[in-house]
Design a protein around this ligand. Sequence first.
Ligand SMILES: NC(=O)c1ccc[n+]([C@@H]2O[C@H](COP(=O)([O-])OP(=O)(O)OC[C@H]3O[C@@H](n4cnc5c(N)ncnc54)[C@H](O)[C@@H]3O)[C@@H](O)[C@H]2O)c1
Length: 461
Amino acid sequence: MQRRKFLQNSALFSAMLASGQASAFARWKNGKRKRVALVGTGIRGSSLWGKNLVDNYAEEVDFVGLCDKNAGRLAYVKDYMAADCPTYADFDEMMRTTKPEWVIVTTMDSTHDIFIVKAMEAGAHVITEKPMTTDADKCQAILDTQKRTGKEVLVTFNYRHSPHNTAVKQLLHDQRVGKITSVDFHWYLNVYHGASYFRRWHGYVENGGSLWVHKATHHFDLLNWWLDATPVQVTAYGALEHYGKNGNMRGDSCRTCAHKKECPYYWDITKDKKAMRLYVDNEQHDGYIRDSCVFREDIDIWDKMSAQILYDNGVLVNYSLTTYSPYEGYRIGFNGHEGRIDTWEDIPYQRGKYTTAEQEELHANEMSFGKEEVPTEFHEIIVHDNFNPDFERVKVPKYRYGHGGGDKRMLDYLFVNPDAADPLSHMAGTRDGALSILIGIAARKSIAEGRAVRLDELVKV
Ligand SMILES: NC(=O)c1ccc[n+]([C@@H]2O[C@H](COP(=O)([O-])OP(=O)(O)OC[C@H]3O[C@@H](n4cnc5c(N)ncnc54)[C@H](O)[C@@H]3O)[C@@H](O)[C@H]2O)c1
């Protein structure tokens, strides 16, 4: 396609998505608690969006209903949250009976669209966990319903809110190294956190859209936000070479496995009280085995992924995701006409220490919430001007808990200070939700069809 036509299409695509952008985050606060219903009482729904809101945001949030398809988990979570509201197996009944103003969606990824669409149609605004959804047609349905109903859909991109990621955004916003032309972005999941995706429902494309969508939606959203540009085309490669059918031993679950002693991925769920209460105690209701084998032969997601993403302003990104690394972290470099910005998270030898116990804990820390600690360590961002042997080290306080401090900042912004200025556009709506998943959906299609895939092929203008 000629370059001009290509860019024209991209501009149309961008404008179409912009029409669905959330506009009224400020509506949250008008002096009274909002009536909120939640669907999906798993780990995220019961913790950050459940007990945490009951304990820390009671002046802003009034839970009117909880819904989950697993009756046992639902009953346990109502008790755990100490929520003074009824529970429902049927979402439609909850909407009819409780008439919530807002619905929080924290179910399995591939079901988000059902509840987002139904909630808007029933007259409620929506807060949805990432990824907004998993497929292009579901994305289209969300965009169309939002256009028709005029309801808000907030997509909770907590990674944007961490002080480290915010500092990167500020430097780019200020054009500190001139116009950015390309980006090198590489993300590593360690053998504990990375493996956990292959144990759970996330191991099947139909449930989470693969890690291209479930996980990388965070990374692609950061890129889109940092670059303040619209992705237009993706070329990708990927394979499943480590987990799944590649293992030379397997069992039904870690608990019952004959290979406990020799399997490096053996995980003892019985040591995790919350996981036992949430999942193991309620297996009889839905058959979901939380400590499934990472070497199940039918796992169909990729475990190594690489993509090139082209943006409407010409920026070219080289991205990769590895799921069996000895350490958890990322590296990113932004190449500009006037220099380069480099930063990273949790690369152990750059911090001078590494323990396997620490690697095992990293994910648990990330998912935890509560009181923020006073940071004693710093992230570094290196700003290096061309033709200058010196470089600047920007130091940003490092918060360990709640996704680098992002969870708490996002919730405060959402519930406590919704009228605060948002100069760096931290809050995300359907446009951001769509663009970040469409990169991953395009990557899947690129791998299947062996070609570059344009994003405007996936949702209709
Ligand atoms: N932003 C983040 O950093 C972050 C972190 C963790 C999870 N998440 C997201 O939160 C969501 C939930 O993840 P999780 O780890 O809590 O998973 P989970 O498996 O612990 O919980 C999912 C819950 O949804 C319920 N559910 C599934 N399908 C349903 C349906 N059709 N109707 C009603 N209930 C249904 C399940 O029974 C379960 O209780 C996911 O979308 C995930 O991507 C986001």
